[in-house]
Design a binder for this molecule. Structure first.
Ligand SMILES: NC(=O)c1ccc[n+]([C@@H]2O[C@H](COP(=O)([O-])OP(=O)(O)OC[C@H]3O[C@@H](n4cnc5c(N)ncnc54)[C@H](O)[C@@H]3O)[C@@H](O)[C@H]2O)c1
Ligand SMILES: CC(C)[C@H](C(=O)O)[C@@H](O)C(=O)O
Ligand SMILES: [Mg+2]
Length: 353
């Protein structure tokens, strides 16, 4: 069967890790008899340089015509002086909004093999820590009206509708049913009206899931609890901005931001898959980038957009085996010997037999 993938290499380390994703998927295709047909799509800084727009309409259309989108990362210092609506990151937001991808799944899983890179090793290594953070992705302050001049006054409107909260809350309860049967909803309902709406809506939806335990937590406390006792969490559901921040934190308690994949889903099978990290301009071109978050994002794509569970697990098993064998990129080497981006993906490829 042929699967059409829109591939967005983007900026910084993006093209480097995106290339590794193609190698891994091509091997999966050979092994299991699938064809992955890639169309390269320009988005982010590279598209600003080429077309003066971080996501020209025809690039978005190419994504719409695909079965899934594989995005590496966008952004970088070169475009840092641009106003928010013209920046590379705006291209990413337009992709998420334009494709209707309201649910961002960010699994934070502990790899016991990474013990030395894990700052909470004594608390969580060997405990099977597995948190699923569900981040609402097409609402909140990211998509609200903006105003001002960036110098004397500026504003970003934070807003949510009940239906936007309801659909992500339902996904959280459905996911929890298949896992640890616990949902923690994170908000700032002691201060924000949007969080009052969030909390009321999640509580209402919870009535349809009496078998799932629900607790509410303020975001500042959640940030602290993630470090103090991450094992209390099963599924975490939260808004766009809080989810952005908490997932970077969650990645670090499990070892490195270079390890965390994500799936952005909507109401159709067309999803977008991307590592949670950015374009890492500080290591771009050095061969130091960890390709694992990108490679695990491919596994999520196989699972959620293509229903290829066995193939998804083959990638995940190969990654685990390589980590078990001791291979480390610099971010997970804990000061020890490290290998390059290409060497890491060569090892993962070799495990895919
Ligand atoms: N999805 C995306 O495209 C995305 C996500 C986050 C940030 N960004 C953009 O990326 C640019 C840089 O942002 P930032 O520096 O705040 O965050 P970043 O995630 O790019 O980097 C933060 C730190 O983590 C390291 N890091 C990130 N990914 C790594 C990997 N795969 N392997 C090893 N180390 C890795 C970097 O070297 C850096 O020290 C900004 O323009 C930002 O807007 C894009
Ligand atoms: C680059 C930026 C727009 C993006 C976000 O804030 O959603 C990133 O930080 C992420 O986590 O995917
Ligand atoms: Mg982020």
């Amino acid at each position: 069967m042929e699967y059409k993938i829109a591939r967005i290499p983007g900026d910084g380390i993006g093209p480097e890790i995106s290339e590794e994703a193609v190698r891994i998927l091509s091997r999966i295709g050979e092994l299991y008899g699938h064809t992955f047909a890639f169309t390269e799509v320009d988005a982010g800084g590279v598209a600003i340089d080429k077309y003066g727009d971080p996501l020209p309409e025809e690039q978005l259309e190419a994504c719409r015509r695909s079965d899934a989108v594989l995005l590496a990362a966008v952004g970088g210092e070169k475009w840092d002086d641009l106003p928010v609506d013209k920046r590379p990151e705006k291209g990413l937001l337009r992709l998420r909004g334009g494709l209707g991808l309201f649910a961002n799944l960010r699994p934070a899983i502990i790899y016991d093999e990474l013990r030395d890179a894990c700052p909470l090793k004594d608390e969580i290594v060997g405990t099977g820590l597995d948190i699923l953070i569900l981040r609402e992705l097409t609402g909140d302050v990211y998509f609200g009206e903006r105003g001002g001049d960036d110098i004397t006054y500026s504003s970003d409107l934070m807003n949510y509708h009940d239906y936007e909260v309801e659909r992500i809350a339902r996904l959280a309860f459905e996911s929890a049913r298949k896992r640890g049967k616990k949902v923690t909803s994170v908000d700032k309902a002691n201060v924000l009206a949007t969080s009052r709406l969030w909390r009321n809506t999640v509580s209402r939806v919870a009535k349809d899931y009496p078998d799932v335990e629900l607790n509410h937590m303020y975001v500042d406390n959640a940030a602290m609890q993630l470090v103090r006792n991450p094992r209390q969490f099963d599924v975490v559901v939260t808004g766009n901005l809080f989810g952005d921040i908490l997932t970077d934190e969650a990645s670090m308690i499990t070892g490195s931001i270079g390890m965390l994949p994500s799936a952005s889903l909507g109401s159709t099978k067309l999803g977008m898959y991307e590592p949670i990290h950015g374009s890492a301009p500080d290591i771009a071109g050095t061969g130091k980038a960890n390709p694992i978050a990108m490679i695990l994002s491919c596994a999520m794509m196989l699972r959620y957009s293509f229903d290829l569970e066995e193939e998804a697990q083959a990638i995940e098993t190969a990654v685990k085996a390589v980590l078990k064998g001791g291979a480390r990129t610099a971010d997970i080497a804990a000061g020890g010997k490290s290998i390059s981006t290409r060497e890491m993906s060569d090892l993962i490829l070799a495990e895919l037999k």
